[in-house]
Each structure stands twice: as C-alpha cells, then as structure tokens.
Ligand binder design. Structure first.
Ligand code: NDP
Length: 239
C-alpha cells in the first residue's frame, strides 16, 4: 500500500479535491475538518475521517495516531484548513482575527509539530502548507488574513531551513482567488460584493480546486530529494 497522507480542511474546496486525487492515486488518507458528513459522503477506500478542530492540538494528534495505527507512518501532511474573514481592522470584530490566527497559523504549527519529529527520525516525509498570494502581497480589507498568510510563508521557510539536513521537505503552495466556500464566511456584505466584482475582472476564469489539488499532488510526487519550496498558482487574468 502507498504511504499515508493527512489532509486538513477536507470537507470542502481544495481539501476535498485533494482527498479525491490522493485516494485515486492509491494512498490511504486521514481527512480532518469540523464537519464530518461531507467527508463521509466521499466514500473513499482506506480512509479515516475525523471531525477534528485542528486548533485543538490533542484532538489533532490523537487522530494522526489512530490513522498511523491503521495505515503506517504519515508520509505527507497537507496543512490546508483555513479561514478568510475580510474586514477593516478598525471595524472588524476582534474575534475574527483570533479565529484566523488560530486556524491559519496555530493549526499549521500544531500539525507540523505532530508529524515532524518522527519524519526527522526516519529521514523522510513531506509537509505542504497552503498559503495564498495574500501571503506575498497585500490587498485591501485583508490586513488580518494577510498577516496570517505572511506568517505561513515565514514559518514554512524557517522550518525548511531547520529540517532540510534531515531530508524532510516542507513546501508551500500560494494560490490566487478560487471558487470555494472561503469567501462565504466573511460577514461584511459590501466587502464580499467588492471581492466578487474584482473576481469578475477575470471573466469567470478564477482557479478551481482541481488546479490547486493537481499542483499539490505534483509537488508531493517529486522525488524526496527535490523540494518545490514554493509554488504560486493563479488565474492568468488575476492582477
Ligand atoms: P473552504 O472554505 O472551501 O475550505 C476550508 C476548509 O477548512 C474546510 O474544509 C473547513 O472545514 C476547514 N476548516 C476551517 N476551520 C477549521 C478548523 N478550525 N478545524 C478544522 N478544519 C477547519 O476554502 P478553500 O478550500 O478555498 O481553502 C483552503 C485553503 O486555501 C485555506 O487555507 C485558504 O486560506 C487557502 N486559499 C484559498 C483561496 C481561495 O480563493 N479559495 C486562495 C488562496 C488560498 P469545516 O468548516 O468543516 O471545519
């Protein structure tokens, strides 16, 4: 059997498509998100599905341990779960910043800590963090979100430097705007409308989950001796 892949945020969007593609390639998978039904409904073979809030270190670690008992050691963790709550910081409810910091940054640290020591001992393994072009350039109404995604870039490169000599890969994918549920959680309707108008400048060509999942699978399938440190993917028409 191929090695175990762990995918966070697998109940929708990019993570759900990654689950389909890695499963189709013959990997056993552990799927994590808070909503369990959409993951069960995928009905994939050799798959453990867990309703886990990835900001909860112990619950995340317990799910990984259970999957490793069934399928062997984690060969790849994809830290994909994320939240985007757009807003001006002088108007936005501060709980929205906390949610983004917890899911977009702390949960990535959680996952990394859970799998990394063992990968370093085995001298193999891959972690792929899903950041964003909002981790490379700024956008209006994105202050807190950009802060979290710039943070993902920083922590990814820092850990890469720390573990490269152990033959462990840590990679980052930075997608542009895509059609998923992500924008739907923003509470400010005017900001949502503005974002949708901006997307219309791409004439309906913004990314879809297949583009991102295909990129992530390509990164993983490079030999262990090759690290695609950062892959930026966006619609050709995105400015
Ligand atoms: P979706 O909203 O469709 O998916 C987000 C996923 O994250 C869901 O499965 C959600 O599951 C999960 N999630 C959120 N909070 C938690 C939590 N506390 N614990 C566990 N799982 C959680 O969005 P995308 O697929 O677009 O987003 C995936 C990643 O891609 C994110 O990191 C996002 O920032 C990034 N990205 C997205 C872009 C886009 O335009 N769509 C562009 C660039 C980057 P549940 O609610 O069931 O817990």
């Amino acid at each position: 059997m191929k090695p175990l892949i762990v995918i966070t945020g697998a109940s929708s969007g990019f993570g759900k498509e990654m689950a389909l593609q890695f499963s189709a390639a013959g990997h056993p998978i552990l799927l994590l998100a808070r909503r369990i039904e959409p993951m069960i409904d995928l009905n994939l073979p050799n798959t453990l599905v867990k309703a886990v809030d990835v900001t909860d270190f112990n619950a995340f670690a317990a799910a990984v341990a259970e999957a490793e008992k069934k399928y062997g050691k984690v060969d790849c963790l994809i830290n994909n779960a994320g939240v985007m709550l757009l807003g001006n910081i002088w108007q936005q409810d501060i709980t929205e910043w906390q949610t983004m910091l917890d899911v977009n940054v702390k949960a990535v640290l959680n996952g990394t800590k859970i799998v990394l020591s063992d990968m370093m001992t085995r001298n193999e393994g891959t972690i792929i963090n899903v950041s964003s072009i909002a981790g490379k350039k700024t956008f209006g109404n994105h202050a807190a979100y950009c802060a979290t995604k710039y943070g993902v870039h920083a922590l990814t490169e820092t850990v890469r430097e720390e573990v490269s000599s152990y033959n462990v890969r840590i990679m980052l994918v930075a997608p542009g705007a895509a059609e998923t549920e992500l924008l739907g959680h923003t509470t400010d309707e005017n900001i949502k409308d503005g974002y949708n108008q901006w997307k219309e400048t791409m004439g309906g060509t913004s990314l879809n989950p297949v583009h991102v999942a295909t990129s992530v699978k390509f990164m993983y399938e490079m030999p262990q001796s090759v690290n695609i440190r950062e892959l930026v993917i966006a619609a050709t028409k995105q400015d």
